[in-house]
Design a protein around this ligand. Sequence first.
Ligand SMILES: CC(C)(COP(=O)(O)OP(=O)(O)OC[C@H]1O[C@@H](n2cnc3c(N)ncnc32)[C@H](O)[C@@H]1OP(=O)(O)O)[C@@H](O)C(=O)NCCC(=O)NCCS
Length: 132
Amino acid sequence: MKAIADANRDEIGFVNQAKLTQAVFEERIIVAILRKKVIGFVVFRHRKTDTQTTLSEICLDQALRGQGYGRELINALCRDCIKHGHSYIKLKCPVDLPANTFYECLGFQKIGTEMGKVRKLNIWELSVVETR
Ligand SMILES: CC(C)(COP(=O)(O)OP(=O)(O)OC[C@H]1O[C@@H](n2cnc3c(N)ncnc32)[C@H](O)[C@@H]1OP(=O)(O)O)[C@@H](O)C(=O)NCCC(=O)NCCS
């Protein structure tokens, strides 16, 4: 996972090993595995105060993009949301990234934009109930 994250630092920023390890221990990460090899992951948090699930990172091995694995990761996250009684996924994505089209294709709604530390961010939400 760390190798995939490091290869995509421009898109997802720096993700340190400790953060990934913590997410594994807390069961806040779903990995995509192909032929016994990790090819992608999504890191998230089911917020305790309400039914929001916050997606912090999603990343697929560059060589394996465009084959539906990213969609499968989001579908798996939706199933985990339902299991935990959570109703929507929220995330922020730099406005210049191709990933915005990915979220749109998957039915996320753009609910606004905001200025991040360095880049302008689109704010996307997906209602989990609607995708059941
Ligand atoms: C975003 C990412 C996870 C998508 O994973 P993926 O496996 O390539 O996506 P999928 O193959 O499941 O695509 C699902 C749909 O989104 C569309 N899509 C995905 N990436 C797209 C892109 N860059 N441009 C246009 N459409 C895209 C696909 O065409 C597909 O639509 P369809 O089912 O109607 O044909 C992957 O491109 C990635 O890891 N990017 C680098 C990291 C990143 O930017 N993360 C997000 C930071 S906010």
